[in-house]
Ligand binder design. Structure first.
Ligand SMILES: Cc1ncc(COP(=O)(O)O)c(C=O)c1O
Length: 427
């Protein structure tokens, strides 16, 4: 049952109109200085979203922002940084880029987040930082972890890459720890293709972050313009009505001709860190990021509305889901997760019907690294490993329409009736 419509996981906050606005913005800001574009972005985020933060910085990616912060904090060889055993390889890569050693903590499989008990087991005098990841819209027990870390003199960083816009009792995540990273990569809630924001909450650390930031380089105008072209062309290509007739061919041509670059360079998967891993966000990226942040409230609202709709649907169908937000939480993620017994069957079934099912994260570390420098010990994180075997995610980003939701509902119901053995139920 082939369909001409394609519901993708990518570029969820960039409509065709928005793509054209990106180009217009690029032309309008062509003669503005890069520093000016970044300053406008930083000020807007601070005034509108993180008014209590000491400062805001923008980088080429969230991993770049994390590495920059850890470096400024003074992480050096032999220092350990605690992180979730259920995450993207970009996170330990940033730790390695800063010169530290990643130490993984297994998750609570209900929340997909790390907990204080797991952290305590990994504590040693070598631990200098803890990364508190809010996973797929489920907010971590951040206050408890921050209090514990403060009592030990350890710095904390919230990783909001998968949960941008989430709140606890009305307070935005990213405001609780000493610092926070937000991602604007192509698969995230608020995207510009590539980009990362660092929120610094702890005043004492800000001086060094600022000093390093001012010395950083950024992409040249030609390379940044090429990235913008890739973002615009990809966002248009992933439009649900264009993907099958044109988009998939354009994307294929872009990647095979190497005109398009991948979200993560292949070398990073091998543990090889490029010299320019830590870069400032370019002026072009910063000006389109500002456009996205000016519309963030709407984007976040729509994303959460779609997730709530799908969550209710899955609940009504008795399908088990991880990370359900509590009443005090406003949990936002560009994808809504559920469990299935055979992921490849589910992914193929949905794909044939025009729905891209995500596989975040298909490994406890995604992808599982081969390089021993990642310090990753397979078999040591059983809960993360069990979750990674069965999780899939439906797109629920802001471009999903009511028509898409209805289609997802039909496909889900048919999947259950045709593959009852493949569904993990909550009854
Ligand atoms: C949990 C988490 N943190 C950080 C990152 C890094 O984000 P970026 O791609 O902007 O470097 C990712 C990337 O997907 C992620 O999933």
């Amino acid at each position: 049952m082939a369909t001409k419509r394609h519901i993708s996981l990518y570029y969820g906050s960039i409509s065709i109109n928005r793509s054209f606005r990106f180009i217009l913005d690029w032309v309008q800001n062509f003669f503005r200085s890069n520093d000016y574009c970044r300053k406008m972005l930083h000020e807007y985020i601070k005034v509108t979203y993180y008014s209590e933060a000491t400062d805001i910085y923008s980088y080429g990616s969230a991993r770049s922002a994390l590495a920059a912060f850890l470096k400024a904090y003074g992480i050096k060889e032999g220092d350990e940084v605690i992180l979730s055993a259920y995450t993207c390889l970009a996170v330990p890569t940033a730790i390695l880029a800063a010169g530290g050693t990643p130490v993984y903590v297994d998750i609570n499989s209900d929340t997909l987040n790390i907990e204080i008990q797991g952290i305590q087991k990994c504590m040693s005098p070598k631990v200098k930082a803890i990364i508190i990841q809010h996973t797929l819209g489920k907010i971590a027990n951040v206050k408890e972890i921050v209090d514990f870390a403060q009592s030990k003199g350890i710095v904390t960083i919230e990783d909001c890459a998968l949960s941008l816009g989430s709140r606890i009792n009305g307070k935005l995540i990213g405001s609780f720890a000493d610092a926070a990273i937000l991602s604007m990569e192509l698969s995230k809630t608020l995207s510009i293709g590539w980009g990362g924001i660092l929120v610094v909450n702890k005043t004492e650390i800000n001086g060094l972050v600022k000093k390093n930031y001012n010395l950083l380089s950024e992409k040249g105008r030609a390379s940044a313009s090429k990235d913008l072209c890739q973002t615009v062309i990809s966002a248009i290509s992933y439009h649900p009505s264009l993907y099958h007739i044109l988009g998939k061919y354009v994307l294929f041509a872009g990647f095979t001709s190497k005109l398009f670059r991948k979200s993560t360079p292949t070398n990073e998967f091998l543990g090889l860190i490029a010299d320019d891993f830590i870069l400032k966000m370019s002026g072009i990226q910063a000006s389109i990021a500002l456009l996205q942040w000016k519309d963030a409230q709407r984007t976040i609202f729509l994303t959460n509305k779609n997730a709530t709709h799908l969550r209710k649907l899955l609940y009504g169908l008795n399908i088990e889901m991880p990370g359900i937000p509590e009443l005090s939480e406003y949990g936002v993620s560009p994808r809504l997760s559920f469990y299935t017994n055979d992921r490849s069957v589910a992914v193929d079934y949905f794909m044939e019907r025009g729905i891209e099912l995500g596989q975040w994260f298909d490994g406890p570390l995604s992808p599982v690294p081969t390089n021993p420098s990642f310090n990753y010990l397979p078999g040591q994180y059983p809960l993360a490993e069990a979750v990674a075997m069965k999780i899939v995610n439906l797109p629920c980003h802001s471009r999903i329409t009511g028509r898409d939701l209805d289609h997802m509902e039909n496909v889900l119901k048919n999947f259950i009736s045709e593959n009852p053995e493949n569904i993990v139920t909550n009854v």
